[in-house]
Design a binder for this molecule. Sequence first.
Ligand code: SAH
Length: 226
Amino acid sequence: MSESDKARRLLIVKLKAEGVIRSPEVERAMLIVPREEFIPQEYRRFAYSDNPLPILKGQTISAPHMCAMMCEALKMRKGERVLEVGTGSGYHAALCAEIVSPTDKPIKGYVVTLEYYKELAKFAHENLKRTGYDTRVDVIACDGSMGSPTRIKYDKILVTAAAPSLPKTLVDQLRNGGRLVIPIGSYLQQLTLVEKVNNEIKIKELGGCIFVRLRGQLGFKDETSL
Ligand code: SAH
């Protein structure tokens, strides 16, 4: 077993003990997806400390506990269609792909992930290709605050940048019975779970969090990243 594999296992033991990882699906995905492959070389040695790390364009790969929390809140199942807004490194999209379209199973779901910066979309695509997720994850460079250009409905949607408010465009792209998680607020944000039941939405706050800011039409207009 490599040093990275050992460090990944230890981190997962910790996240389980803390009650962050609760389901076998999320545990399995976190064990399989190599986070170090989604991090610039100079920070790879920190891949399994439970922290966000710099990637490109002043953006960050989210901390493992935050990825796990969001995956648990979404309750993703095999075969589902998932939309992510905020590709960043591609790591979280790969976790989602490993849950809805597991490497060793015939059931195929898929993930569409939207990234505002072209450089990051390219970085993520390279990372996803190297790790074998490029056939299950489509990276599209566009303003994800306006939703997916494909205009289909998704079973699950995650937004990994903080929004000033809940974008209606994304709620409209959520299938009835679907779940959406999104950090809302400017500095200290609330991780918010939106459930669409009988075409009405139920909103639940899951706790405080800190993400970089959402850009684009329904994002923040100033230039700071936090
Ligand atoms: N999920 C990522 C981390 C995301 S950091 C990972 O696993 O690494 C937030 C990302 O959201 C950044 O890459 C940022 O460029 C992107 N972003 C910000 N505003 C966006 C928008 N309007 N549309 C799409 N992506 C956006």
